[in-house]
Design a protein around this ligand. Structure first.
Ligand code: SF4
Ligand code: SF4
Length: 365
């Protein structure tokens, strides 16, 4: 039965035939069955054993500033901040994370772009000098690449576990209408430069493009997308659908063609994957449970000025949050969030059966 349910064609057929309630019930049944399999149980047990002591990865916002004005982003809706994480705090976080066993560390701000941080390369050099236990990755809009000399880009690509770039298009006008700045051609040139530099490396960095567009069909058929794929860039994430950032972004904010994803997550009564496995650390040392959509600090679970990383992870605030999800009492920001993924379901995957933190959690995505 499970093998039939997992077939993509079966899932598509069910999605067409069933209403939302029945789809949720079918999903619950599927994951309940999968959770009973040896594989499902083993995967959950493995991740539980790791997260009982430490996060699987941490994200940092080292500077709260951005050089784009994306219409799908909450940045335009909250008071501007240009806070910067001190090097001392950064080093302390890295030391503590290394002592916990290290793993993935994302330069992946909630509201900002890591390349806007003038100290990004210094931070990377500190990480590299401290040894291989921490593997950095980065999520950027790519606009800031233009100010980095080839030597810095080479260093970055040589030491990042993965580089993710958020891009728009497929035309200059489309990009400007969605990203709020006229940087399309410049970003495209930087992508070509990245590929050229990456090819010179003994161990090229994995580069993934995440396409955000209001003209999905056109982009999917565009020469640009074919060209990027031919260059060896990963381009699986192509979308015209966005989250509402806990109500901060509305459909009226988006250009025609782009839309918000509607969902109701409390029906699952399961923790969201992000708080279940990761932490988001802000420039002032405050720690949020969500490194994705928490633009206002709605789910702050600790403060590294007063607590250690381990104390925050194992602290009452995080424990209470996880318990709230299981009661169906979600934080308001999570109830309709498009990035919600039920942790217990997501983690029932073969690749987590023997997972360890030296591997990339998102490897197969
Ligand atoms: S989505 Fe990212 S790149 Fe766009 S404005 Fe927000 S923080 Fe900046
Ligand atoms: S549901 Fe959304 S806002 Fe809530 S923790 Fe998950 S990703 Fe963040």
């Amino acid at each position: 039965m499970l093998s039939i349910l997992t077939q993509a064609s079966t899932r598509k057929l069910l999605a067409r035939l069933l209403g939302r309630r029945q789809r949720v019930a079918a999903k619950k049944l599927y994951y309940r069955l999968r959770g009973q399999t040896t594989l499902g149980r083993a995967a959950l047990k493995r991740i539980d054993a790791i997260t009982a002591e430490r996060p699987i990865y941490v994200n940092l916002e080292t500077r709260s500033a951005c050089n784009a004005r994306c219409l799908f982003c909450a940045r335009r809706k909250v008071p501007a901040s240009r806070a910067t994480m001190s090097i001392a705090l950064f080093e302390d976080i890295c030391r503590q994370y290394r002592d916990l066993g290290g793993g993935l560390l994302g330069f992946s701000p909630v509201l900002g772009d890591p390349l806007v941080d003038p100290q990004l390369l210094s931070r990377l050099r500190l990480l590299v000098a401290a040894g291989p236990a921490i593997r950095p990755h980065l999520f950027t809009n790519g606009i800031g690449l233009k100010r980095l000399p080839d030597a810095d880009v080479t260093f970055m690509l040589d030491h990042l576990d993965r580089l993710n770039i958020s891009v728009g298009g497929p035309t200059r006008d489309d990009y400007r209408a969605l990203f709020g700045v006229d940087q399309f051609e410049q970003v495209c040139r930087q992508i070509e430069r990245l590929v050229a530099i990456n090819r010179q490396l003994a161990r090229p960095c994995r580069i993934a493009l995440h396409v955000r567009t209001q003209r999905l069909a056109l982009f999917r058929e565009s020469e640009l997308l074919h060209h990027w794929r031919a260059l060896g860039l990963r381009c699986d994430d192509v979308t015209d659908a966005f989250s509402d950032w806990g109500g901060l972004v509305s459909a009226a904010d988006l250009p025609p063609g782009a839309h918000l994803i509607e969902c109701e997550n409390t029906v699952y009564a399961l923790p969201c994957l992000l708080p279940a496995i990761s932490l988001m650390i802000m420039p002032d040392g405050s720690v949020r449970a969500c490194g994705c959509m928490d633009a206002t600090g709605a789910i702050v679970i600790g403060d590294l000025k007063r607590q250690t990383l381990s104390e925050v992870w194992n602290g009452a605030a995080r424990r209470d949050l996880i318990a709230r999800y299981r009661r169906g009492d979600y934080p308001a920001i999570c109830t309709h969030c498009a990035y919600y993924r039920p942790a217990d379901w997501y983690l029932q995957r073969e690749r987590y059966v023997d997972f360890d933190v030296t591997r990339s959690f998102w490897e197969a995505e």
